[in-house]
Design a protein around this ligand. Structure first.
Ligand SMILES: [Zn+2]
Length: 301
């Protein structure tokens, strides 16, 4: 299968999996993906953007498509009970805020609620990243209203980017969970695994959380050996992806098989095997770094 055919194959797979057109960015480490971070905490203006959530669900304007956003004025007129507005960055040169809608009594003809998964690939990557940061900042504020050491209510510091306890000086900043994600290859073969609980619906790369004291490279070696019993070498950094489910930063690597046969950890892996481009299982879409790791290898073989 040539490269052009693979591009078509994976483009079609992305569309058919989700029933919509995907925004697919090419593999390029030079891309500027992240939305601009703004500090200084001005007061929200009517024409500023606001990312609305009901719990973990994003609320998007129903009749304008997922790419559309609310202005602060629209949000205040359509939603009766808004939580505090938290500055999350800028979008299209305007301040962008995050806000929880506290009441479920909104007009169902005006707003649609859906998890961030439903926006993945349907909006541009930087907009998705801003949605992800907005939700993570809201969750961080909600989860740290009180000091974890002494129970005192926390206060905002550092232009709203930190929470501090005035009694014991314990400070809390938004936290991310770094994860290593790796595509292991052997010649023209890729090691792909179906995770426990996935029902074998698709196969993906291996991944795991970075433990305290580890380099991310150590995590790659440890996770691959723990999950499939294989030793790897020749680690090559690929790319990263914020993954707000709920707060991971995925750090992607290619690695090559060094030694060992597949011996799965049945607590984590349902099935793992070596695959080639002519014999592929269902794989994740290109909107995930797992899909792009696989695609980048397929495009070269
Ligand atoms: Zn305290």
């Amino acid at each position: 299968m040539d490269r052009a055919s693979l591009e078509v194959l994976y483009a079609e797979r992305v569309v058919s999996d989700r029933g919509c057109s995907y925004y697919v960015r090419p593999d390029c480490e030079e891309d500027v993906m992240s939305p601009e971070i703004q500090s200084g905490a001005p007061q929200p203006a009517d024409q500023d953007w606001v990312f609305l959530f009901s719990g973990a669900d994003a609320l998007t304007p129903l009749q304008s498509g997922p790419q559309a956003l609310w202005t602060v004025a629209e949000a205040r007129s359509l939603f009766a009970d808004l939580g505090p507005l938290i500055l999350t960055g800028t979008w299209e040169q305007r301040p962008a805020w995050a806000c929880q809608v506290m009441s479920h009594a909104w007009d169902p003809m005006r707003a649609a609620a859906g998890s961030l998964y439903t926006l993945l690939g349907r909006v541009q990557d930087p907009l998705f990243a801003t949605y992800g940061r907005a939700l993570q900042l809201l969750n961080w504020r909600q989860d740290h209203q009180f000091c974890g050491r002494c129970g005192t209510p926390t206060e905002l510091i550092d232009d709203d980017r930190g929470l501090n306890c005035s009694v014991c000086a314990h400070a809390v900043y938004p936290r991310l969970s770094p994860c290593a994600i790796v595509l292991v290859t052997r010649g023209e073969e890729m090691l792909l695994a179906s995770a426990v609980g996935s029902g074998g619906r698709f196969y993906s790369t291996l991944a795991g959380f970075v433990e305290p004291g580890e380099r991310v490279e150590d995590t790659v070696h440890r996770e691959v050996f723990e999950e499939v019993g294989i030793r790897v070498s020749n680690l090559q950094y690929f790319d990263s992806q914020p993954w707000p489910f709920p707060g991971q930063l995925m750090l992607g690597f290619h690695a090559t098989w060094h030694e060992g046969d597949i011996r799965i950890d049945p607590n984590e892996i349902e099935h793992a095997d070596w695959f080639t481009k002519d014999h592929m299982p269902p794989i994740p879409p290109l909107t995930s770094i797992a899909g792009r790791l696989i695609h980048s290898f397929l495009s070269r073989h």
